[in-house]
Design a protein around this ligand. Structure first.
Ligand code: TPP
Ligand code: MG
Length: 441
């Protein structure tokens, strides 16, 4: 299929930035002799638009507590994320992009939490990122109800996810999406890279249900964006509507073309997971009007332009810090509680509070666990718990626990339903990326 190389709704400098993202991804994979160029090429325009016009972040303070969270559930497309991080000004030098997939580099084959600044969670196992983002979304809802006060929006960030066909095929995302719909997590926006290709070939081989209807049935707000991955006007409208939605999580089903711009490999599974080859890369660059001989090239003006999103984020963070100072004098206990959590201060003596069991005593572990939870949980307002439908059997519902539901964000007890896989992905990210290690207040 031939698709126009022009992107609707982008200026010339935007277009140049998008091409830079694509070519860095292609060059990175080519140099490493392995990796996944196709997805970054198809999703570059949408990811760029999301990062530049919607995502709230500050590259100088990657852990700012009220930043938006971006999760690349389709972790194999990691060069898309690394290109964005580099070009927007995170501490990820170009040399690291040249060391893609090399031992000890900051650019592992799939994004790894704690390894690369700006990577919110380790992804790669498909579908898992959606579950992780559901966990982050639950945490944000809980934190917002606990700390926000009139005039003080201490927490109002969104979770943005890019997920592929594989993510939507995996059971874990179905479990997590079902729960997210039930809980009405309107702070979660999933962009589904609907490119009709997985490793084996066309999705007609194994994936033919109506994804939009499936997500509607989960209780999501669903929008389908056509335009071959290149209509940023419609895409932006969809993002705006998703942000404005105040009831349901959002799915934006975004039609794109894997390997976009490659004369021989666009729309083919060959573009999924192997280098395109030097000749093909040269041809693509030539078609876009670039010098085919230049690799890892960042044209003049691209970094300066892409730094603007982070500069805006830095201004927002500054204003946030000012607000937080006032908040700290108006609500000193809550502010202190938050700071203690950031510093990993528990504020209780676990040994003293815990019930004691005689060595060798015969107590069922679930009973002992229940007694410990009863003793500790009432004193730990920032710990959430739950069960995958085994509450009465496993004694997980601690004394005084309220359910976390759509109409009660103050609840600290989650009914995961019989969804253990999603439960694991969710619980990891109720913790990771939300409070511990955050800064910028
Ligand atoms: C849980 C899991 N199973 C299998 C894989 C291996 N794998 C990586 S990408 C991929 C195909 C994904 O297709 P899609 O999400 O459509 O990505 P695209 O080809 O469009 O980039 C597979 C099977 C994986 N990463 N995780
Ligand atoms: Mg695909």
């Amino acid at each position: 299929m031939t698709v126009s190389l022009k992107t609707k709704g982008l200026t010339d400098i935007d277009e140049l930035c998008v091409q830079t993202i694509r070519f860095l991804a292609m060059d990175g994979v080519q140099k490493a002799k392995s990796g996944h160029p196709g997805m970054p090429m198809g999703m570059a325009a949408a990811a760029y638009t999301l990062w530049m016009r919607h995502l709230r972040f500050n590259p100088q303070s990657p852990k700012w507590i009220n930043r938006d969270r971006f999760v690349l559930s389709a972790g194999h497309g990691s060069m898309l994320l690394y290109s964005l991080l580099h070009l927007t000004g995170y501490d990820l030098p170009l040399d690291e992009l040249k060391r893609f997939r090399q031992w000890g580099s900051l650019t592992p084959g799939h994004p790894e939490y704690g390894q690369t600044p700006g990577v919110e969670v380790t992804t790669g196992p498909l579908g898992q990122g959606i579950g992780n983002a559901v966990g982050m979304a639950i945490a944000e809802k809980y934190l917002a109800q606990r700390y926000n006060k009139p005039g003080y929006d201490i927490f109002d960030y969104n979770m943005y996810v890019i997920a592929g066909d594989g993510c939507l095929q995996e059971g874990v995302s179905s479990e997590a999406s079902s729960l997210a719909g039930h809980l009405g997590l309107d702070n979660l926006i999933v962009i589904y890279d609907d490119n009709y290709i997985t490793i084996d070939g066309d999705t007609s081989l194994s994936f033919t249900e109506d994804r939009a209807k499936r997500y509607e049935a989960y209780g999501w707000h669903v929008q389908v964006v056509g335009g071959n991955g290149n209509d940023m006007v419609t895409f932006e409208e969809a993002v705006e509507k998703a942000k404005a939605e105040k009831d349901r999580p959002s799915l934006i089903q975004f039609r794109s073309h894997i390997g976009f711009g490659s004369p021989h490999f666009q729309d083919s599974n060959t573009a999924h997971g192997s280098p395109l080859g030097e000749d093909e890369i040269k041809l693509i660059k030539k078609n876009f009007g670039w010098d085919p001989e230049k690799t890892f090239h960042v044209p003049d003006g691209v970094r300066q332009h892409m730094a603007k999103a982070g500069e805006e984020g830095a201004r927002l963070q500054e204003a946030y810090c000012e607000m937080f100072k006032k908040y700290a004098s108006a609500h000193p206990e809550l502010a202190q509680e938050l700071k203690d959590a950031q510093d990993k201060k528990l504020g209780i003596d676990i040994d003293e509070l815990s019930p004691k069991f005689e060595a060798g005593a015969s107590v069922a572990t679930r009973k002992a666990s229940g007694a410990v939870l009863d003793a500790l949980m009432p004193k730990l307002p920032l710990v959430l718990g739950g069960s995958a439908d085994l509450t009465p059997s496993n004694n997980t519902k601690f004394k005084g626990a309220e359910d976390f539901q759509k109409d009660n964000r103050a609840g600290r007890y989650l009914h995961y339903g019989v969804r253990e896989h999603a439960g694991a992905a969710i619980v990891i990210c109720i913790g990771v990326g939300d409070l511990i290690g955050t800064d910028g207040m």
